[in-house]
Design a protein around this ligand. Structure first.
Ligand code: ATP
Ligand code: MG
Length: 430
């Protein structure tokens, strides 16, 4: 039986909990203007899914019967983007509402081999009906359509039942859908972690085998996905799932190796603590930097490589930089980290050595370092897992938190300690 034969279901306004109060006013404006111009207009994707789950949507996507050119006619603040699939972006200050025309090209149709764009197999960009549009989406829960015309939710794929049963189900043949676009495997993990849903059996089975397909995805696209994976507030669960499905080797190959070689389990604990802190910060609405997360993931690899370089007799002052560069280059081959994050990452690693040498002037100077706080947080995490002496971390906590007078006192003690240490051997001399 062809899936398109699945019965369409309509959930009237009284049968669901989506209220216009929770939809961004700009998205509503776009929906109404499309409707008033005589086009079909629906909210779709994560916006509908999250509203049905009583969560706050990250963004609002719209699907319509209007073509991109027709959308542009209606909105002055509109830009058309995309190479093969043209999408309209309607700009309202910082908020962008994405408007996509209903698309056909159900997977595997008509023996069309398609073309590879950004690591995805894409077939001809044909416009289609809402029903066809519903089947080319990734997961059933991402394929629910909120109709601005009568405030009902249209479900062509059984997404509402899956939402109720907390199941993530891919549309169509799972393996084929992952081959078309391997990033769907990362999306499966992301949604399962974010929503706490189970991945349905047929949806999850091929993932264990197909991780290597991610090697065909451009590193820049993977970077965008990795940000979504680790900065959405569920990164601990995400890491667990990535490891479970053997996907980690394809996005953090060096981390995978260091975790395999990690006999004490300290590195895993370090990473999990860092991610758990990040999740808390995200939930409190505090800023988090990708550089910190990447620095955490790659720290053990940098250190191991540095040790190797030292063995080879490379001078101590250069080993860290050389190791950092080599490890970052390795990472960039899979997931390309934009250059603006390279310096912060290197600084965080460099500071770890500089924290060890406590000296009056140096310590004050480090406090003013632009990456002090990130390096300091990194140090405290290391201390938490016994990767660095607790006494050292505590010293920096005391110093950092003290007022000016307190700081002077701490520094003073330091030099008193030093003087004593220096004198002692002399006193022992006969
Ligand atoms: P969120 O915005 O919360 O991360 P989302 O589901 O809205 O989640 P988007 O990346 O914004 O994800 O995509 C919007 C919608 O477009 C999805 O819900 C899905 O229907 C469709 N979609 C996105 N990426 C794919 C893909 N790789 N394959 C098929 N459909 C996709
Ligand atoms: Mg979205």
């Amino acid at each position: 039986m062809h899936e398109l034969e699945q019965e369409k279901r309509i959930y009237e306004r009284s049968d669901h909990n989506i209220s216009r109060d929770n939809i961004s006013p700009n998205a509503l404006k776009v929906l109404y203007r499309l409707k008033n111009a005589g086009f079909a207009a629906y909210l779709v994707g994560g916006g509908v899914r999250d509203l049905l789950l009583e969560q706050l949507p990250k963004d609002f996507d719209i699907a319509t019967s209007a073509t991109p050119d027709e959308v542009r006619e209606l909105f002055r603040n509109c830009r058309l983007i995309g190479r093969r699939f043209r999408l309209a972006h309607v700009h309202f200050g910082a908020e962008i509402i994405e408007v996509a025309t209903f698309r056909g090209q159900h997977s595997g149709d008509q023996g069309d081999e398609g073309q590879i764009v950004d690591g995805m197999i894409v077939r001809d960009n044909v416009y289609g009906s809402l029903e066809e549009d519903a089947w080319r989406r990734d997961f059933s829960i991402n394929s629910l359509y909120y109709n601005i015309n009568n405030f009902s939710v249209e479900d062509h794929v059984g997404g509402m039942d899956d939402l109720r049963n907390r199941k993530l189900r891919i549309l169509g043949d799972a393996e084929q859908r992952y081959r078309e676009d391997p990033v769907r495997m990362l999306r499966a993990v992301r949604f399962a972690a974010k929503l706490g849903f189970d991945i349905e059996q047929k949806t999850e089975e091929p993932i264990f085998e197909l991780g290597a397909l991610l090697e065909g995805v451009p590193p820049a696209r993977l970077f965008e996905e990795v940000l979504k994976l680790f900065l959405a507030g569920n990164s601990v669960k995400t890491l667990e799932l990535l490891r479970h499905y053997h996907l980690l080797p394809y996005i953090f190959p060096q981390t995978e190796v260091s975790l395999k070689e990690d006999e004490t389990g300290k590195n895993l604990e370090f990473i999990i603590r860092a991610l758990s802190n990040t999740d808390e910060r995200v939930k409190e609405g505090k800023p988090v930097t990708p550089a910190f997360i990447f620095a955490v993931f790659l720290w053990d690899s940098v250190r191991a490589l540095k040790a190797k370089y030292l063995e080879r007799g490379i001078s101590d002052s250069q080993t860290l930089t050389a190791a950092a560069d080599a490890v970052m280059a390795g990472q960039n081959r899979r997931v390309s980290i934009p250059r603006r994050f390279h310096i912060p990452m290197r600084d965080i690693w460099n500071l770890q050595d500089r924290f060890i040498k406590r000296a009056p002037k140096r310590s004050y100077r480090l406090l003013k370092h632009p990456r002090f706080r990130a390096g300091y947080d990194f140090l405290l995490l290391r201390a938490d897992v016994g990767d660095v002496e607790a006494e050292l971390a505590q010293w920096w906590v005391d110093f950092y938190e003290a007022d000016e007078e307190g700081k002077a006192e701490i520094i003073n003690k330091l030099s008193v300690g030093r003087r004593k240490q220096r004198r002692r051997p002399r006193q022992l001399e006969p």
